[in-house]
Design a protein around this ligand. Structure first.
Ligand code: GLU
Length: 474
């Protein structure tokens, strides 16, 4: 029987959950779910100066928003420092680690010499075999891993293939700093081991770390988990992803009005493919996901593609489901809280009726809000420049003035009845339908583009519609 898969996502809470981190989390989650295993969450908060509660909250919130759950409680790395120190004691006792008493000046000289000789700066292993009695007074030691000079360290990577590092390139890394704090490299290994991690999936920027971590596993006699180092995400121009490109926190995407399902679908295709399929339900993603279809070349972030995908999701999501997702995003959208108040005060039914027409014209929730402005804006509307131009055309306000009493006299206030009356009115005026409908749209919505105008009148209701007409008619 094969052992159950235990993957993990291990963010450092020094900033928000950025888009690359979100994709790493997604890949781990899909991998674990595909294998019927678990995904654990470990917050790597050992950098005390840069780790913040705000960042931890943003990471957890971002994951929840994206629908990426984790098994069990998050593990906080800093809280495990005693265990990390105990492991270092074990390595010292086994002769696999040693105390190094180099002074800052000595380390700097070592660095300078190496650079002058055109070599990469490496620790020279000077304290490997020296006795602590030789230690200079007042220097607190660091504890270093005793690594092999000869041979090589091989990373068998599910994405990168077999990657070989000559041991001569890997110096004796610090496990415990002179103040007794464990290093990141040590903490990751001990935690992954203790958490029973079977698979490590993370960015390829950790590949060299993998070689160093394997040395620690070996020194401890522990099994090395399977590893997969996934390519980074680049901007559309091929340069490393920066803020300018969209290397924002996932909460920024919520504020931009994207649906979590669409962002998830977008992220899964950054580096992974399944035939030429672009749209995946969550279940399809889980069923199809595998590391063998993760490419090695950097993925390119493409806003237009995300935008189109989101538009697709909005159109394809059943209206009630879409409203539920929209409601969750509303508080984060610009103008959202005010819109929410108005909708909650009795406009949700009208919103629901108009949603099919509004979502056709919206690629994100901000556009949806904008398309709903005819419902949310209050009288007297301020027509936008194009609508104002239409209303100001000679004869238009008078035309609306003649139409108003005819609409007021309608027995039934339905889209069909209104349309029939407007058509009849256009005929008596010797005008085309558009010559009446466009000014009507301008007066009723303040815009030249809106959902079908007769439906607009119907949902606004007789009083509001006639009042808006009255505001503009001559
Ligand atoms: N904490 C590391 C980071 O956020 C990840 C370490 C790992 O996955 O091993 O980049």
């Amino acid at each position: 029987m094969t052992e159950p898969v235990i993957a993990r996502f291990a963010p450092s809470p020094t900033g928000f959950l950025h888009i690359g981190g979100a994709r790493t989390a997604l890949f781990n989650w899909l991998y674990a779910r595909n294998k019927g295993g678990k995904m654990l969450l470990r917050i790597e908060d050992t950098d005390r100066a840069r780790s913040t509660q705000e960042a931890i909250d943003a990471i957890l919130d971002g994951m929840r928003w994206l629908g990426l759950d984790w098994d069990g409680e998050p593990v906080f790395q800093f809280s495990r420092a005693d265990r990390h120190r105990a492991v270092v004691e074990e390595l010292l006792a086994k002769g696999k680690a040693y105390r190094a008493y180099d002074t800052v000046e000595e380390l700097e000289a070592m660095r300078a010499n190496a650079l002058a000789a055109g070599k990469p700066p490496r620790y020279d292993g000077g304290w490997r075999h020296r006795d602590p009695s030789e230690a200079p007074a007042g220097v607190k030691p660091v504890i270093r891993l005793l690594t092999e000079d000869a041979g090589e360290t091989v990373v068998e990577d599910a994405v990168q293939g077999t990657v070989t590092f000559p041991n001569a390139d890997l110096d004796d890394l610090v496990l415990l700093r002179s103040d007794g704090t464990p290093t990141y490299m040590l903490a990751v290994v001990v935690d992954d081991h203790d958490m029973g991690i079977t698979d490590i999936i993370r960015g390829v920027d950790h590949l060299t770390n993998a070689a160093r971590q394997i040395q620690i596993y070996r020194a401890l006699g522990w099994d090395v988990p399977r590893m997969a180092h996934i390519p980074l995400i680049h901007g559309p121009d091929g340069a490393k992803l920066s803020k300018r490109h969209g290397a924002l926190g996932v909460e920024a995407y919520r504020e931009m009005g994207y649906m979590p399902a669409a962002l998830r679908n977008y992220l899964v295709r950054l580096g992974w493919s399944h035939k030429d399929q672009e749209i995946f339900s969550t279940d399809e993603m889980i069923a199809a996901f595998g590391l063998d279809s993760v490419g090695r070349s950097a993925a390119r972030f493409d806003y237009d593609k995300l935008e189109n995908l989101n538009g697709h999701y909005m159109r394809a999501t059943p209206d009630d489901d879409l409203i539920a997702v929209f409601k969750q995003s509303l508080p984060y959208l610009k103008g959202g809280p005010e819109a929410q108040k108005k909708l909650d005060a009795g406009l949700w039914d009208a919103f629901r009726i108009m949603l099919p027409a509004m979502k056709e014209r919206s690629k994100n929730f901000l556009e949806l809000l904008d398309n709903a402005s005819f419902l949310l804006d209050e009288r007297p509307l301020k027509p936008d420049p194009k609508a104002a131009q239409t209303l100001d055309m000679a004869g238009t306000r008078d035309l609306l003035g003649r139409l108003t009493p005819r609409l007021a006299a309608l027995a039934d206030w339905t889209g069909e009845a209104i349309e029939a009356e407007v058509r009849a009115f256009a005929e008596t005026e010797g005008a085309k339908l558009g010559q009446v409908a466009q000014p009507l749209r301008a007066a009723l919505t303040g815009k030249m583009v809106s959902p079908p105008i007769f439906e607009v009148l119907a949902v606004l209701g007789r009083n509001e519609s006639l009042a808006r007409l009255g505001d503009q008619a001559g």
